[in-house]
Design a protein around this ligand. Structure first.
Ligand code: LCS
Length: 394
């Protein structure tokens, strides 16, 4: 194969699976094994010593999982990646590998709820300090810098507020104090945003979302820009034991092939759905990066290749009205998760972000009435029709 880095994104999805199969299999085989035979005792010792390349044991590495890891590293322009059992395993592995007791992390206040909960309730027990700020204004990050600040952790767009954080500006701030920048790129996928190109040191994804795209597995991945960080992440994953299973990796590789066309279609739908909601008399407010009314339009254009498929809005009448809407959709599914082929609707304050304290939700801009909508690839007329009939019930 020519250098896959020269291919366009969709060709990379289809023709680069990062595996070498001696039979020429067009798809990546599932190496459903926990362990691998050594040629000799010396060979086994060399594999463990790292003087010979070879698979040892599936928690440490597996050819199916490695194929996915290589492909995602290619798509995110990183050195290599580590696939893990869930998006939260990705977040926890990043904290565990790159922070120590006494270190300080500054994070976007608007992040996926458990990313904050695991830091404030668990990593704090080991002496890791954290501050949560509205990172849509990077000046707020600068104000929180301490001599022991080692990591800036951002989500952009943020779950579920859709606030955008300037990735390049954060990279500059982090590097000026010798810290690293970690970007949770779940809401964009590598198709719409490549944080490493803007200076991020680590990118992570809940693979459960756009990368897999079919709501049939849970997984995560962490991409390191440099070998030195990648090695730390891999060592931590191996020691914590949060590896991805080969069968899970196979399904992700299969789902990933259509990432480009799935996001294109869902995004076209999202633009139409957002316009419909914006003009509907029962909608109080809406935040979607593709609308002219979106406050951070310039930043969207600067760092994203498209506005994405996620919409947040409030219904007039607040939470009670929002609940009526959610309870009356017929085709759209009332469920958490996002980034799949099916349209989902959910209520962050009582669902995905319910374990955050009310104060933390308020600081993050997650109002009680916020409804989150993940647009799928169905016929857009059916999505809008479903919303219209549900809104009529309010
Ligand atoms: N990061 C972001 C931005 C997420 O949205 C999620 C999950 C995670 C990390 C964790 O990934 P997981 O362990 O679930 O694979 N977000 C969810 C959501 O908004 N609804 O359900 C899960």
């Amino acid at each position: 194969m020519e250098n896959p880095k020269d291919y366009g994104f969709n060709s990379q999805l289809i023709h680069y699976s990062g595996h070498d199969d001696k039979y020429g299999s067009a798809t990546v085989p599932i190496y459903q094994t926990s362990t691998f035979a050594f040629d000799s005792a010396e060979d086994g010792a060399a594999c463990f010593a790292g003087t010979k390349e070879g698979y040892i044991y599936t928690r440490i590495g597996n050819p199916t999982v490695k194929a996915l890891e290589r492909q995602i590293a290619l798509l995110e322009h990183g050195y290599d990646s580590v696939a893990v059992s869930s998006g939260m395993a990705a977040v926890s592995t990043v904290y565990m590998a790159l922070l120590s007791g006494g270190d300080h992390m500054i994070s976007s206040a608007a992040v996926y709820g458990p990313s904050r909960v695991v830091m404030e309730q668990h990593f704090s027990r080991f002496g890791v300090q954290s501050s949560y700020v509205n990172s849509a204004d990077v000046e707020n990050i600068k104000k929180e810098i301490r001599p022991n600040t080692k990591m800036i952790f951002i989500e952009s767009p943020a779950n579920p507020t859709m606030d955008i954080t300037d990735i390049a500006a954060c990279a500059e701030i982090a590097h000026s104090i010798g810290a690293i920048l970690v970007v949770d790129n779940t809401f964009c996928s590598p198709y719409l945003q490549n944080p490493i190109d803007m200076g991020a040191d680590v990118v992570l994804h809940s693979i459960t979302k756009f990368i897999n795209g079919h709501a049939d597995i849970v997984g995560g991945v962490i991409i390191g820009k440099e070998k030195i960080i990648y090695d730390k992440l891999r060592t931590m994953m191996v020691n914590m034991g949060c590896n991805m299973d080969p069968h899970q990796a196979y399904l992700v590789i299969r789902g990933l092939k259509t990432l480009g066309i799935r996001v294109d279609r869902a995004q076209e739908n999202a633009i139409e759905v957002a316009k419909f909601l914006e003009n509907h008399p029962k909608i109080e407010w809406i935040k979607y990066p593709g609308l002219k009314s979106f406050a951070q339009k310039d930043l969207v254009e600067k760092q994203m290749k498209g506005p994405g498929t996620m919409i947040s809005f409030g219904v007039k009448g607040g939470l009670e009205a929002g609940k009526k809407l959610m309870n009356n959709v017929k085709m759209c599914i009332l469920a958490v998760s996002l980034g799949g082929i099916e349209t989902l609707i959910q209520h962050p304050a009582s669902m995905t972000h319910s374990k955050m304290s009310p104060k933390a939700r308020e600081d993050a801009g997650i109002s009680e009435g916020l409804v989150r909508f993940s647009v799928g690839i169905e016929n857009v007329g059916d999505i809008i029709g479903d919303l219209r009939q549900a809104l009529e019930k309010i």
